[in-house]
Design a protein. Structure first.
Length: 72
């Protein structure tokens, strides 16, 4: 299984759906399994959840930095 591809799929889906994003913030494992449509082993699901959290945080930081750059 390509974990990186799964992370990208979840990030794309979660960031487009506010209710799914809210679920991811409260119940990340259930949200990831809902997006992927499969029940993954704990070690894999935890890697996907961590990757999604990292990617979403990095994207928010990047967006903030871009907004600041536009001010100058």
């Amino acid at each position: 299984m390509d974990i990186k591809a799964q992370i990208e799929k979840v990030v794309e889906t979660v960031t487009k759906d506010k209710s799914l994003l809210t679920q991811f913030q409260t119940e990340p494992v259930k949200a990831v399994e809902k997006v992927l449509g499969i029940d993954l082993p704990d070690d894999i699901i935890n890697k996907v959840v961590d990757g999604v959290k990292t990617k979403i945080t990095a994207d928010k930081i990047s967006d903030t930095f871009d907004a600041i750059k536009k001010l100058f």
